[in-house]
Design a protein around this ligand. Structure first.
Ligand code: SF4
Length: 448
């Protein structure tokens, strides 16, 4: 059982030094008990107390890492039921299903879609993460061959799916270095599959037919030394799966019920035969509370909205999406190209850069760090004004790139033009359009 706030308090130094950011040790203890603080924030806890506090300070939903290198991703570690309470931490991963009874052409087509379907949006690459390789044939060599094929085809992370521990062992022989998710330990095969997970240091999915049985199973797995567990409650109807996702999250966060304090895996691919319904079900699990979402196939028209939904839900609601400050070259500009400036609110950047691209006039776009605020908001907040823009233009290096020093500022920041002429001697300040959609017409008059 996790420790209460008072029990934690007894183990703290009780000096109220405030270095953890809390006014008292008691306040820190209460936050720790609620899973809203990290023990490492207090530098004075003794080693002995640390060991005792490890249980209380562990996140209510333990993180699980699948994969290695650039393609590794983390699920779990969530601390809230609702995004507006703080934020959701680790986006769910999307997996495409392939089986060892599929025609080779179908396997190839799915792997091709897995690799091809990725999108650039607001400076991020949106793409799926996992290939779920399922044993349907019961044939060890067929499964192993398929695992090898996936491994050679791409660097994706992998789920190995079989009821048979021998087949899972064969798959692991081929791809343990990718740190795949082993699916799944059940009541029947628990000890053998747990040994595989420990031997290869891989995360393990636990599957049972009810939440009660699942809690018993994860308790046994944890006692046997398996640390990274992913939960499958076994539900394959939409309603039951949805209810159980909510119950799992509530039990872990509100009741601190450790046996269900792990991320989950869900299977929209087993809940309907209709691809669009499957996408709708998947979208529900993006919001509530799938850790891995396994789809029967990927199609651009359903995958893209899911990726965008995921991106939107897993952004921090307290922080606007921001682009990195700097000089962006659009369409191979040269020393005679125009120089425009905007703020680093991602939406502003992408709309402005898109319109510049549409104008077909090669340009430099300067992006000024305004803490993710849009032009008008940043201007009103004093972050996009002459004495902030001027020093940025001087230090960003644009003066070395262009011969003609003409800076085009957004129409909404027109009031800064006078101040900028003072801040940037030698620069001509031009007032651009207020609305980005007018940029192509505006730039069409540009003469190098
Ligand atoms: Fe107490 Fe540690 Fe926080 Fe200091 S840093 S107030 S000792 S909990």
């Amino acid at each position: 059982m996790p420790l209460t706030g008072i029990e934690i308090f007894k183990l703290l130094p009780k000096t109220n030094c405030k270095e953890c950011g809390e006014p008292t040790c008691l306040a820190f203890a209460m936050k720790l008990a609620a899973g809203k603080a990290e023990l490492s924030a207090c530098p004075y806890v003794s080693e002995e107390s640390k060991a005792k506090l490890a249980e209380a300070s562990a996140p209510p939903i333990l993180p699980v890492t699948i994969g290695v290198g650039d393609r590794a991703f983390k699920i779990g570690n969530e601390t809230v039921m609702f995004r507006h309470e703080k934020r959701f931490e680790n986006p769910p991963a999307f997996a495409i299903l392939i089986t060892d009874t599929m025609e080779e052409s179908e396997v190839n087509a799915r792997l091709e879609r897995f690799s091809q379907l990725q999108y650039e949006r607001v400076g991020l690459t949106l793409r799926p993460e996992l290939v779920a390789i399922k044993d349907e044939s019961g044939d060890v060599s067929k499964f192993e061959a398929l695992v090898n094929k996936v491994k050679q085809n791409n660097d994706s992370s992998i789920i190995l799916m079989s009821k048979n521990p021998d087949i899972l062992a064969a798959g692991l022989k081929s791809c343990a270095d990718r740190k795949p998710l082993i699916y799944a330990a059940t009541e029947e095969n628990m000890s053998i599959v747990a040994d595989l997970a420990k031997e290869h240091s891989c995360p393990l999915a636990a599957k049972a037919s009810s939440l009660e049985k699942l809690a018993l199973l994860t308790t046994k797995l944890t006692e046997s030394g398996v640390k990274e567990i992913v939960l499958d409650s076994g539900a394959r109807t939409v309603r039951r799966a949805f209810e159980e996702q909510v119950i799992i999250r509530m039990s872990a966060l509100n009741k601190k019920f450790r046996p269900l304090g792990f991320p989950t895996i869900v299977f929209p691919c087993e809940m309907t035969d209709d691809p669009m319904k499957e996408a709708v079900i998947a979208s529900m699990f993006v919001a509530k509370y799938g850790g891995i979402i396994v789809l029967s196939d990927f199609q651009g028209e359903s995958l893209f909205p899911l990726l965008v939904e995921r991106m939107n839900i897993y952004t921090d609601p307290q922080r606007p999406l921001a682009t990195t400050e700097g000089i962006y070259e659009i369409g191979n500009p040269n020393e005679n190209s125009p120089v425009l400036i905007t703020t680093n609110f991602s939406l502003s950047y992408f709309i402005v850069s898109g319109e510049i691209e549409a104008s077909k006039v090669p340009s430099y776009l300067l992006v000024k760090d305004t803490e993710g605020l849009s032009v008008m908001t940043a201007w009103a907040a004093g972050k996009f004004v002459a004495d902030a823009i001027g020093p940025f233009v001087k230090k960003c290096g644009i003066e070395d790139k262009v011969k003609r020093h003409t800076l085009i500022i957004p129409g909404y920041a027109a009031a800064e033009s006078g101040g900028l002429e003072e801040e940037l001697p030698g620069w001509e300040i031009m007032i651009g359009p207020r609305d980005a959609s007018h940029i192509p017409a505006y730039l069409s008059t540009w003469k190098s």
